[in-house]
Design a binder for this molecule. Structure first.
Ligand code: EPU
Length: 346
């Protein structure tokens, strides 16, 4: 960690800043705690990468550029009307802590997204989601600095173009080039709260606890219990959450697969033409659940999570990714796409 007043460091180790605990260094590292700090960087440093919690990141080599580590703090109710609370948080706030704080204030709505790792600023980029809720559903607006012009821009729901694990930031490749730096995010939490507890795992957890009409806190606790049971704690077993996206295929492909594998977990999409397949099911059936390749493996309790059992490099992660992709394609003809961002020099 840098300890000088400028918050910057040369040849900085990034091992503590990525939840897969992969080794790697950055030519320059700056910890950003206020928007003003960005002014000095505008137009400089052609090679930039914006780092949040590092929980969706694969380091593949030493980075020959500038790492902007987002640590802008702050959370507040910015306005309120008859319908909703508008709550803002700095990009550097820890996502889970922020969600728990909104619940403690009596503003429900984000409870299904408890225990998702990472920061507030990173959440809209891949539209994080779990148990039937995505960030885009509770999103109002975000502020970002355009690193080419230095202007502050506001993105609303429409300009964010949210999709499944997707947004305009990914669609335009801005998350790789560091074009926009998100500084804060505002959420719209409707006062007419409705529980979202239909999702199998959560419904099961609430039923086991004999909770019929859950409040937001009880849903959050159910989510936390399920996630703690199924997903490894990065502090104990380094990982980056779901390593692959659930593939979305056309209905014809899905029907062909379902004829041969009737138990394949699948989710027909709203357009009626596409079907989302459970990547975890495909990986498990391809024999990779709980199986290692060198120091990395696919987690024994959730086949979608790639874990570092100790001492892995980005190369080990890529080797396992290719092996899993190969075997799933051989068996099912379906291509798996990784979910994390790969930090590379080109
Ligand atoms: N399944 C298996 N084997 C496994 C695990 C699951 O066959 O080892 C099958 C089961 O049939 C299960 C289905 O896959 O019903 C789906 O599994 P699960 O409900 O655990 O959800 P997921 O699709 O694997 C997604 C998100 C998670 C999110 C959960 C809960 C993606 C890529 N992942 O996982 O997000 O927490 O739903 O809603 O969409 C993350 O992005 O880091 C993440 C953890």
């Amino acid at each position: 960690m840098p300890n000088d007043s400028s918050n910057s460091l040369g040849n900085a180790s990034l091992v503590a800043f990525n939840s897969l605990a992969l080794p790697g260094r950055a030519k320059l590292y700056v910890r950003i705690t206020s928007v003003n700090q960005l002014d000095a960087i505008i137009g400089k440093h052609a090679r930039r990468f914006v780092l949040g919690g590092g929980s969706n990141l694969v380091l593949t080599e030493n980075f020959d550029g500038l790492i902007l580590h987002m640590a802008i703090p702050g959370r507040a109710l910015v306005s309120e009307d008859a319908e909703a609370w508008y709550v803002r948080a700095g990009a550097g706030e820890n996502w889970h802590d922020f969600v728990q704080w909104t619940l403690a204030q009596g503003w429900p709505g984000l409870e299904n997204l408890s225990l998702i790792p990472g920061t507030v600023g990173a959440a809209p980029i891949q539209n994080v989601g779990a148990y039937g809720l995505e960030v885009g559903n509770c999103f109002h607006a975000l502020s970002a600095v355009d690193m080419l012009t230095g202007r502050q821009e506001c993105f609303d729901c429409a300009t964010c173009r949210f999709g499944y694990r997707d947004s305009v930031f990914k669609q335009e490749g801005w998350h790789l080039t560091g074009r926009f730096v998100i500084t804060n995010v505002t959420f719209r939490l409707p006062k007419q709260w409705r529980p979202l507890a239909h999702y199998g795992d959560i419904a099961g957890e609430l039923a086991a606890q004999e909770i019929g009409n859950p409040d937001a806190r009880q849903i959050a606790d159910a989510v936390i219990a399920v996630r703690q049971r199924k997903l490894p704690d990065p502090a104990r077993l380094p990982n980056a959450g779901s390593f692959f996206q659930n593939p979305v295929v056309d209905a014809q492909t899905a029907n062909r697969l379902l004829a041969r594998h009737p138990d394949l977990t699948h989710y027909p999409q709203a357009d009626g033409r596409r079907v989302k397949l459970a990547a975890a099911w495909l990986i498990e059936q391809a024999g990779w659940k709980g199986r290692d390749l060198g120091p990395v493996g696919m987690y024994e309790k959730q086949a979608l999570v790639l874990v570092n059992r100790g001492g892995a490099t980005g190369g080990d992660v890529i080797a396992l990714m290719h092996a899993v992709q190969h075997d799933v394609f051989e068996k099912f003809g379906v291509e798996l796409m990784p979910e994390p961002v790969f930090l590379k020099n080109d």
